[in-house]
Ligand binder design. Structure first.
Ligand SMILES: [Zn+2]
Length: 233
């Protein structure tokens, strides 16, 4: 086996290692970015507060209505007790009762409005709570899938590293250095192949003579256009 062949094998492994590492990085980012859950949590929190406020407002008006009703009841008892004889006093009591009832009617309108608000906010809160539960379940399912994928990727990574070590033993130190340098310069792709008589990396067409050279097992052939090693097979 020639050096170009082994360099090509090394490139294939390194490309897989890079691809693997990129996906592991993506998975880590996806595992940390649970935007939907965060958004649902913040919505739930907001609606819980609104619900709490409407509940307090409703309780307050309920108490006020109750107090007003008691006041009316007392006034009525007093008025119809027969103890008040003085016409002026009776008139005053009747006027007070009239005013209290008017006040009560207004309060009851307000009470109804507060009750509607309370029920609306309760429904809305329930809805966002359900959304939050759904988002958490979705995220947990996705998380389990991603973690399982990551475990497989780590196993692959370890296997590829063992394979890489084995290939390095087949190469001369000089060629390894050339490969590493090219790999750094060419964003991880040091070895190209022949594809339709052209360099698979940059697309430059090779003459029959150049193609012949890329097939040679004795020497390493470099693409005249991009400088990568071309493994002609
Ligand atoms: Zn090229």
């Amino acid at each position: 086996m020639n050096e170009s062949f082994h360099l090509h094998q090394l490139q294939k492994i390194d490309s897989q290692i890079n691809h693997n590492a990129k996906r592991i990085h993506e998975i880590d980012e996806l595992l940390n970015a649970n935007f939907e859950v965060e958004k649902a949590k913040s919505d739930e929190n907001e609606h819980a507060q609104i619900f709490h406020q409407t509940k307090i407002r409703l309780q307050k008006i309920n108490t006020e209505v109750e107090a007003k009703k008691n006041k009316i009841s007392q006034c009525e008892s007093h008025l119809y007790s027969g103890k008040v004889k003085n016409p002026k006093e009776l008139q005053d009591l009747q006027n007070e009762l009239k005013s209290l009832r008017k006040f009560l009617a207004a309060l009851e309108d307000e009470q109804l409005e507060k009750l509607i608000n309370f029920e609306d906010s309760e429904r809305e809160h329930q809805k966002v709570k359900e959304t939050l539960t759904k988002e958490i379940t979705t995220f947990e399912t996705r998380k389990a899938m991603l973690q399982s994928e990551k475990e497989t990727l780590i196993i692959n990574k370890n296997r590829l590293e063992v394979e890489r070590e084995a290939i390095l033993t087949q190469l001369t130190k000089v060629n390894i250095m050339i490969y590493e340098r090219l790999s750094q310069e060419k964003r991880g792709l040091a070895v190209a192949t022949l594809e339709n008589n052209a360099c698979s990396a940059c697309g430059a067409t090779l003459t029959p003579g150049q193609r012949q050279e890329s097939h040679s097992p004795q020497s390493i052939y470099y693409c005249p256009s991009c400088g990568r090693i071309i493994y002609g097979g």
